[in-house]
Design a protein around this ligand. Sequence first.
Ligand code: SF4
Length: 288
Amino acid sequence: MSKIKVAELFYSLQGEGQYLGTPSVFLRTFGCNFMCAGFGMPRGQLSEERLAIDPEKYTEYDKLPLVHTGCDSYASWDPRFKHLSPMLTVEAIVDRMQELLPEGKFGPDKHLILTGGEPLLGWQRSFTELFEEIAKRNMNLTHITFETNGTQKLKPELVDWFHSNQYYPELNITFSISSKLPSSGEKFEDAIRPEIIEDYYQVGNLSYFKWVVSNEDDYFDVVRAVGAYSSVLGPHVMKNIPIYLMPAGGTTKVYDNNEKWVADLAMKHGWRYTPRLQVQLWKNAWGT
Ligand code: SF4
């Protein structure tokens, strides 16, 4: 049976984007191809906040400190914290999902979210086994969302499985693409990969973009990214993909400073606005 390195597995509300407020099981896999150390920093500077956290002092993931700058999910990819993310069999993961879900079942209002880190790194082959294990237990899975940074190609095995599986004729698959702008500290050319996300349309029922913004420079980068995606996907396809702007801020203080400005920006330019419920309701605590 396949194993997946699991940073977090929890039941919460989807806090962002298209399915905002939907009760969901989140499977946060370990590993990411980025570091996003630029969040919350003056442009061109990288945060060292997470580097000041001593991994030896922690034996539980949810006791780690939150950071104000850089990636707020740092422990889901920084190798220094990998001892806090166990390798679990697909069977053990589904056991835990059954414990977390009311009556042990998914459904149209109880989704599965695969997040990270970057969930489309090495775990794609294990995902097919995971979906089959869920199906064998009759858990009524109807909606899967992949929360991705949009840089990872889908493996042919996963694409084939979605096209030919016997288990889920009605499965609804969503790609929530949060590609990183230069304010993340990652390079535009590395992060905006329109040729990659073309693949997602082969299997997804819905894809949408979700961009973290905090200032005018980010806005201009969103415009540039939309242009880059449009040049490959075509303006007609691009016009039908929802675009969400989301305030930067993994902590309440930073978030509160950004939310109104970002909401106004979304209205002004005719894009959607998404809050971050997990920051508003639970101060972005681990497991939310
Ligand atoms: S892509 Fe997401 S998980 Fe990966 S480092 Fe950036 S913000 Fe963190």
